[in-house]
Design a protein around this ligand. Structure first.
Ligand code: AMP
Length: 298
């Protein structure tokens, strides 16, 4: 049997990426945008894209406009050579890995404003975040021109935002959301986990364990709605039982439609329970989907 070997095309400039699309315009292109430092979570999205498309394009771009001042933009882990090896190992067809200047001109005028998202905790704490994400994803869609783009539940508010942007702005791309990939102890895989010290890593699944406390309570009371306050307290108490936790930034119980906070939860209406904490100096985020909110995973 002859082995089918496909080469990885590395595009560093927009013109090259557009040329790749033009040559393959009759094919179904699955696309996974990333900021690199790839791990199994990213690779799972790409493997799903591979199963459902003729070609898979990934991008590696640490997007400066979604970082606020004082955040980790400068020290965000970057290793394109290692990323390229991983992309080759799973048979990704093309990677778009531009420099910042290629994407953002100094005299740029336009961006995508997700104004209806300003109530969300994640956006209040990171004021540049949603505008930065919506703008870069819109730009990348215009450059890569995929048939279907794949996002991780790990960044659930981002998934809801992108689906809404595509709908509001009539973008011709389908959005798929894939379940969070975790380590054996429950910690959600993330490029930022590289910041954890070995001691912090050992206890960093506390965020996941806290969210599970909430889930257990809701499932035990499945016949009626339970108050969000009660659930938030259970989750917070569990998380704060770990001495390495410096503080909880938020625990949110929100609608999977628009991330509006909910005063109570039922399996029928569904909810997204999300949280961000500081463990030592590392910021960790995670979320779980309750009941009807699992509809997001499509
Ligand atoms: P990032 O490089 O962190 O911007 O992530 C790129 C894409 O991979 C986003 O759609 C993330 O939601 C997704 N992703 C990151 N971590 C995970 C994970 N543990 N499981 C599933 N998807 C993930």
């Amino acid at each position: 049997m002859k082995l089918q070997r496909r080469l990885l095309h590395v595009a560093r400039i927009i013109e090259d990426m557009r040329g790749y699309h033009h040559l393959n315009r009759d094919k179904r292109i699955g696309y996974v945008p990333t900021m690199g430092a790839l791990h199994n979570g990213h690779l799972t999205l790409m493997q799903q894209a591979k199963r459902e498309n003729d070609l898979v394009v990934a991008s590696v771009f640490v997007n400066p406009t979604q970082f606020s001042a004082g955040e980790d933009f400068d020290r965000y882990p970057r290793d394109l050579d290692s990323d390229i090896k991983m992309l080759k190992s799973i048979g990704v067809d093309c990677v778009f890995a531009p420099e910042t200047d290629e994407i953002y001109s100094k005299d740029r005028l336009c961006h995508v404003e997700a104004s209806a998202f300003s109530h969300i905790y994640e956006g209040q704490l990171r004021p540049e975040f949603f505008r930065g994400v919506a703008t870069i994803v819109c730009k990348l869609f215009n450059i890569v021109q995929p048939t279907t783009a794949y996002f991780g539940q790990k960044d659930v508010s981002q998934c809801i935002l992108i689906r809404k942007m595509v709908d509001d702005l009539n973008m011709p791309v389908k959005i798929k959301v894939i379940e969070t990939i975790r380590d054996a102890d429950g910690l959600a895989l993330s490029s930022r986990n590289a910041y954890l010290t070995p001691e912090e890593r050992k206890v960093s699944n506390i965020l996941y364990l806290g969210l599970q406390e909430g889930r257990k309570h809701i499932e035990a009371n499945f016949q009626h709605a339970v108050s969000s306050k009660e659930v938030i307290k259970l989750i917070s108490d569990k998380i704060m039982s770990e001495p390495f936790v410096k503080r909880i930034e938020y625990v949110s119980i929100a609608s999977h439609i628009n991330m509006a906070e909910l005063s109570d939860i039922s399996l029928k209406t569904g909810a997204v329970i999300s949280s961000a904490i500081r463990l030592g100096n590392v910021r960790l985020i995670d979320n779980i989907l309750i009941g009807k909110a699992n509809d997001l995973l499509q």
